[in-house]
Design a protein around this ligand. Structure first.
Ligand code: PEP
Ligand code: MN
Length: 376
């Protein structure tokens, strides 16, 4: 794992410190001058939105669907910005988009998920940004790969962009889940740990894919201390030419924002701090015990490995693994742990066990005593 070297100017990033959480909103796509203007005006009236988003060039999964209105839409954004005072933001996927967006007066750019997954495309965008000083945000790649996300941030950063941010929009999966793009929260959390100070925005719209679960995903992002949200909002979502199911009206966007609870990372309350410290000490102790127990479990696994080796038995016995999964899930349920957690936990414990056993079973093969009668 290479260290991430990013130079981020958080202070200048849209006045983040004073305006946290930042709220970006606007339609998935700019569709007409009227739609852009009406949506921007209603969003500006909420007095909570700090930038107006709209897709102009749309990367669509399948051809023969609406691919955005292209360059002419930039004039509609500029008019909406002049009418409302909101800065505008669009997605760019190549250097031509960057040049045209900048010429059209766009204030903020973002790199979309499909583009982040392609280093050639990101480099092309980065090359066009040399000498430019505006905020640029990089969405996570469609696949759950943190290095690729960091790599794209580095390319943009190396071009000289200091007002840099990241957008978490979830990850594609083949399996059907309640999300359109699974959040895998551990990935943006790890990004925050690897690149402290990088503004991190959540895009609940593309995570959810439907409006019903937007509120709870947005709240989770706030509770995980994200710096802001990017929400798709359309004056008439049902008529939207792209992503109709996940867009809110500006009024609904206002309601969602009103219902969000904003919590602070730290508190001045001394009693609360002492309680928190005590509870954290307990957590530290429990984690210490968990690691001790896991290490003990691996020692037992190694002893099993020795046995299996002596008796020439495979490491994996499917029926035993099946029994482990079933019984642990059952016990986990009684202990109010989710199925997903217990399954993933035991999958990685099992993986580590197999690793320990196979080390035992395959060690010293080369140093084995020569077979009787074997030549020297
Ligand atoms: C979008 O923001 O409309 C978009 C295309 O998003 P993503 O790149 O996250 O799919
Ligand atoms: Mn969209």
């Amino acid at each position: 794992m290479m260290e991430a070297h990013l130079f981020v100017d958080q202070e200048r990033f849209l006045g983040l410190k004073a305006r946290r959480p930042l709220i970006f909103a606007g339609p998935c796509s700019a569709e007409s001058e009227e739609q852009v203007m009406a949506t921007a005006k209603e969003l500006a009236a909420l007095k909570r939105v700090q930038a107006f988003r709209a897709g102009v060039w749309k990367p669509r999964t399948r051809p023969s669907t609406f691919e955005g209105m292209g360059t002419p839409a930039l004039a509609w954004l500029r008019a909406a910005s002049e009418a409302t005072g909101l800065p505008t933001m669009v997605e760019v996927a190549n250097s031509r988009h960057v040049d045209q967006a900048l010429a059209g007066g766009v204030n903020i750019l973002w790199v979309g998920a499909r583009t982040t997954a392609n280093p050639f495309a990101v480099q092309d965008v980065a090359d066009a940004l040399v000498g430019v000083d505006i905020p640029v945000l990089v969405k996570n790649p469609v696949n759950p790969e943190l290095e690729l996300w960091i790599g794209a941030l580095e390319r943009i950063n190396k071009a000289g962009i200091r007002q840099l941010g990241a957008i978490h929009r979830g990850f594609s999966t083949f399996e059907q889940t309640q999300y359109r793009n699974k959040p895998n929260w551990e990935i943006p959390i790890e990004l925050k740990r690897r690149v402290p100070g990088l503004p991190l925005i959540c895009d609940p719209s593309h995570i959810c894919g439907r409006t019903e679960i937007l509120q709870s995903v947005s709240q989770t992002a706030m509770d995980l201390n994200f710096d802001g949200l990017m929400i798709e909002s359309h004056i008439n979502p049902r008529q939207a030419l792209s992503d109709a199911r996940q867009q809110l009206t500006p009024a609904e966007t206002g309601t969602l924002l009103e219902h969000l609870v904003f919590r602070k990372e730290t508190t001045d309350n001394v009693l609360m701090r002492t309680t928190l410290e005590e509870l954290r000490e307990r957590i530290d102790k429990i984690d210490h015990e968990i690691l001790g127990i896991l290490a003990e479990r691996m020692t037992v696994a190694e002893r099993i490995g020795t046995y299996k080796k002596q008796n020439n038995v495979t490491i994996l016995q499917s029926s035993r693994w099946d029994e482990i999964v079933r019984t642990r899930l059952e016990e986990g349920k009684q202990k109010h742990l989710t199925n997903e957690f217990v399954l993933r936990l035991f999958e990685i414990i099992h993986q580590e066990s197999i690793f320990h056993q196979s080390k035992i079973m395959n060690e010293e093969v080369e140093e084995r005593e020569p077979e009787p009668g074997a030549g020297g």
